[in-house]
Design a protein around this ligand. Structure first.
Ligand code: Q46
Ligand code: ZN
Length: 313
């Protein structure tokens, strides 16, 4: 198998593009694809302060380094979920990337804020770990953006993440979530930063190959709570379909983006309209879910909400 560009030995086959590439040409191809996605969907404007949600995994670390390589000055935020060795290693790799990029890293620790990790919190709150984790991450990352002056939050969601989530929502007809799966979500007022997904059109296989080929030191283990998650089932189904028809995921998600652009999917009316009485961020009720969690654990003073700043040495 020869590289379609230079004719050398190819290192990756990309049947969805009917091509095969060597490491160097694949790296250029991947970076160009992300740059094109950013430009085409106007994800990040020139001079916009950008914060990257970093977990220590291949997608977020690749995204962080790639954005800075494209000339977009992006800092990072990491959430320590208190999952022992997994969290420790993830944080180490994230800090190492921050140092090598010489960018600021913010961090928020569940054990510090609540004296418990995600597993214990989930048991006490009788809420699945991923649901609670999603709520905490959304809140903390958005608040970090607003309080530190970032207008954009970039996440490492890739094509497989987005296609499997959309498929899950469609299979259960969760219409209220359909409009949210786009490549970007607009800012709202002074309390919600814009969210963007520059890897939206890059498959998991591509991001993993990019991370390996460019020598990114990422945590290989997945979060233990991802095992058994429904999204893995949907990812498996889509991979099976992709084997038979290699453009399945791209066609699915590009068709979705077209519908969003044409206004075929509209925002859910039940989105929060009021502001939390304690922290002042968007909320469905008098107190937002995050402040209720704070209250439940005896830390009603929301000033105890703390994001640590690690500046490059
Ligand atoms: S939601 Fe669930 Fe992930 Fe949070 S608890 Fe782990 S698997 S990290 S993206
Ligand atoms: Zn609140």
């Amino acid at each position: 198998m020869k590289c379609r560009v230079c004719g050398k030995q190819a290192n990756i086959r990309l049947p969805q593009y009917n091509t095969a590439l060597c490491s160097e040409d694949f790296t250029l191809f991947f970076e160009k694809r992300v740059a094109t996605t950013i430009r085409k969907y106007r994800l990040i404007g020139e001079e916009e302060k950008t914060l990257v949600a970093v977990s220590g995994g291949k997608d977020s670390l690749s995204l962080w380094r790639l954005l800075n390589g494209l000339g977009i000055s992006a800092d990072g935020i990491y959430i320590d979920l208190g999952i022992h060795e997994y969290s420790r290693v993830s944080f180490e790799k994230t800090k190492a990337m921050a140092e090598s990029l010489r960018r600021t890293l913010y961090s928020f620790s569940l054990p510090d804020a609540f004296t418990k990790g995600i597993k214990d919190l989930s048991g006490i709150m009788r809420r699945p770990p991923c649901s609670l984790c999603g709520m905490i991450k959304r809140y903390v990352m958005n608040r970090a953006c607003i309080e530190h002056g970032y207008s954009v939050l970039a996440t490492g969601h890739n094509l497989d993440d987005e296609a499997s989530a959309l498929l899950g929502n469609l299979l259960h007809w969760k219409e209220e979530y359909l409009w949210k799966k786009g490549v970007s979500l607009d800012a709202e007022g002074a309390h919600l930063a814009r969210k963007v997904k520059p890897l939206f059109l890059c498959s998991e296989k591509e991001t993993a190959a990019y991370a390996v080929m460019t020598g990114i030191d990422y945590v290989y283990e997945e979060c233990p709570y991802s095992v058994g998650a429904k999204t893995l089932l949907y990812k498996g189904l889509l991979n099976r379909a992709e084997e038979e028809s290699p453009t399945t995921k791209l066609v699915f998600m590009k068709g979705y983006l077209k519908r969003v652009r044409q206004g075929g999917l509209t925002k859910d009316e039940r989105e929060p309209k009021s502001l939390c009485g304690a922290c002042g961020y968007p909320s469905y009720a008098e107190l937002c879910s995050f402040c209720r969690l704070m209250e439940r654990f005896g830390t009603t003073d929301t000033l105890s909400f703390s994001i640590h700043t690690h500046s490059p040495s």
